[in-house]
Design a protein around this ligand. Structure first.
Ligand code: PEP
Ligand code: MG
Length: 588
């Protein structure tokens, strides 16, 4: 189309989950098996088809090798070994010979023939009652998609193989996809599924990648190569932005840069309210590399290390020694500030390929987090031993996720004590002072907080889960995202119970869910008496600025008012008033 007839601008509305603006070319990822067209060829065209086939196999091999190398660099050669099986598929003589034979017999285009032969091959293997052969069937399907895409001249699907900067558009992106994303190449992303508190969104914030999720069917509407703009502030994806739109976003970016420049000056300042109450402001991290952003943004240590992210892209769980090294390094880097290590929260939307798992109908209510660890003591103990051994390198605290009641907490603590006894016997050093905490993220734990407080040194409230379980709203389901309301009166009451119980037993209480980084919620959390807020590193300067402009009595009054209100909207409006009054420029 000529410049006289610019392509029309189209706007798609979703949920902005990671702030920022990104502009670029779409790379659309489609997960479903794509239709492969069938057409007839003449005998004279067979040689040409064989040539195309050979080129596609060579190209596929090169892509697999490149991916293998990238994974080896990122997480170690051992894990990159899974691609050896993929390489074997492109070299499989039986498969290749069958394609050549069928090409001559059927006189059809080679992508169609190859897809037919490979699918038949994979189907046969998948029906044999042998886990190894079933795995091979998956390898064949994976490689088949890649070869077919190469024959069709399409870009490879795997995010890791992409070498040009792009905006990723997909039906869904899993937390493990995000964990392996190349920050240099992925300028922004937009997905049909997802919500603010999905782990994919949390990772996007950590990586500082502007992202919009919950766009329903956008992945079916956009094509690779189109020009888009991702507005992660307002949850907008704009196809073919007009010059006016680009100008508007240029201005917005400029304003945001000015705010960011002002906030940089806060790095060395304390997170203290106007009336002198120190609120510990820490950062959440998912991967060891995130640690650089902690001090850079002026956080006082790490309030939540989601250790399970270390394992989401591996075939095997890491050994105790590997974990020890990893925790030791992070602890030393943030010392003397604390590093709060949360034990594995595998399950829910985080499934590691190496973990023993069965399909579950309701994974968020299933064998997740502490439940999984207490069922797999070998995995749990290896992690606890590694954490304890690393504890001499810094100020490490341990916390258990998804605690539902006292008996479960006591079981977890007993395993920890068992690990300490083993280490003592083996003469391995650890700090006996290591504080132990419980995450409060299940309503039953909030209701029993008085009893739990007697067993631990601190509480950290996981509002992402607490809200989903309190209101029965799946945190990753975009269709009910409007029901996911942090200011629901039930949530406010649960939070109050937890804070009051902690203080009645002289332990500290923090919030490490996404609510802590929501500037509108900060006055409510301070009024409830939270001692610590742990947020994405990139949000630390904004939250610090908010804390510095607030005073405790005003926040306590807000809570008193909120306790008299009956709807989430009314409570949200009151929080919004306080936030706007003090730092309207930060919330826009
Ligand atoms: C939470 O549930 O609020 C939390 C911090 O843990 P995660 O988001 O990893 O479930
Ligand atoms: Mg949680």
């Amino acid at each position: 189309m000529s410049s006289d007839h610019p392509l029309p601008e189209t706007r798609f509305y979703g949920v902005g989950v990671s702030p920022g603006i990104a502009r670029g070319t779409v790379h659309a990822v489609r997960d479903d098996a794509e239709e492969v067209a069938q057409y007839h060829i003449t005998p004279a065209e067979i040689a040409g088809e064989i040539g195309r086939f050979e080129t596609a196999l060579i190209q596929t091999r090169a892509q697999i090798l490149e991916m293998q190398q990238k994974i080896a660099e990122a997480i170690g050669a051992k894990d990159a070994g899974i691609f050896d099986a993929h390489l074997l598929v492109v070299e499989d003589r039986t498969l290749i010979d069958e394609v050549l034979r069928k090409l001559e017999a059927d006189l059809c285009n080679v992508e169609y023939v190859f897809q037919e032969v490979a699918t038949h091959y994979a189907d046969t293997l998948s029906k044999i009652d042998d886990p190894y052969l079933r795995e091979r069937a998956l390898d064949i399907q994976d490689v088949t998609r890649r070869v077919v895409r190469n024959l069709q001249g399409k870009a490879p699907k795997a995010f890791l193989a992409l070498t040009d900067p792009h905006i990723l558009i997909a039906h869904n992106i899993t937390p493990s996809d995000t964990a392996t994303m190349n920050r240099e190449q992925v300028l922004g992303f937009a997905t049909d599924l997802g919500s603010r508190t999905s782990h994919t969104a949390i990772m996007a914030r950590s990586l500082n990648i502007p992202a919009v999720v919950g766009l329903h069917d956008v992945s079916a509407k956009l094509e690779t190569g189109q020009e888009v703009l991702v507005d992660g502030y307002n949850g907008l994806l704009i196809l073919n932005p007009t010059p006016e739109t680009l100008w508007h976003y240029g201005e917005l970016r400029h304003r945001q840069e000015q705010v960011a420049a002002q906030l940089t000056g806060l790095r060395e300042t304390k997170s203290m309210t106007r009336d002198g109450r120190h609120i510990v402001l820490s950062a959440n991290i998912e991967l060891p590399n995130d640690v650089a952003a902690v001090a850079k943004n002026g956080a006082e240590g790490i309030g939540l290390y989601r250790t399970e992210f270390l394992y989401l892209n591996r075939q095997t769980l890491p050994t105790e020694d590997e974990q020890f090294e990893s925790y030791r390094k992070v602890a030393a880097e943030v010392a003397p500030h604390p590093l709060i290590i949360r034990t594995f929260d595998l399950g829910g939307d985080k499934i590691a390929s190496g973990m023993p798992a069965d399909d579950e109908l309701n994974p968020f209510l299933g064998l997740r987090a502490i439940r999984f660890c207490l069922e797999h003591l070998d995995i749990f103990k290896a992690q606890l031993r590694a954490i304890l051994r690393a504890s001499t390198a810094g100020n490490i605290k341990i916390m258990f996720p998804m605690i539902s009641g006292v008996a479960e907490l006591r079981r977890a603590i007993a395993v920890l004590e068992e690990c300490k006894a083993e280490l003592r016997q083996e003469g391995l050093a650890f700090s006996d002072e290591t504080e132990v905490g419980a995450m409060i993220e299940i309503p039953s734990a909030a209701l029993c907080a008085n009893a739990l407080a007697k067993e631990v040194d601190f509480f950290s409230v996981g509002t992402n889960d607490l809200i989903q379980y309190a209101i029965a709203v799946d945190r990753v389901n975009e269709r009910i995202a409007h029901l996911y309301e942090p200011t629901h009166p039930a949530v406010v009451r649960l939070l109050k119970m937890v804070a009051d119980a902690a203080h009645a037993h002289d332990i500290w209480v923090g919030v490490c869910g996404e609510m802590a980084g929501d500037l509108t919620m900060v006055p409510l959390l301070l009024g409830l008496g939270m001692d610590e807020l742990s947020v994405s590193a990139s949000l630390v300067p904004r939250v610090k600025k908010a804390v510095q402009t607030l005073s405790v009595p005003e926040c306590e009054q807000l809570v008193a008012d909120a306790m008299l209100l009956d709807t989430p909207a009314e409570i949200l409006a009151r929080c919004g008033e306080v936030a706007q009054r003090h730092y309207g420029d930060l919330i826009g």
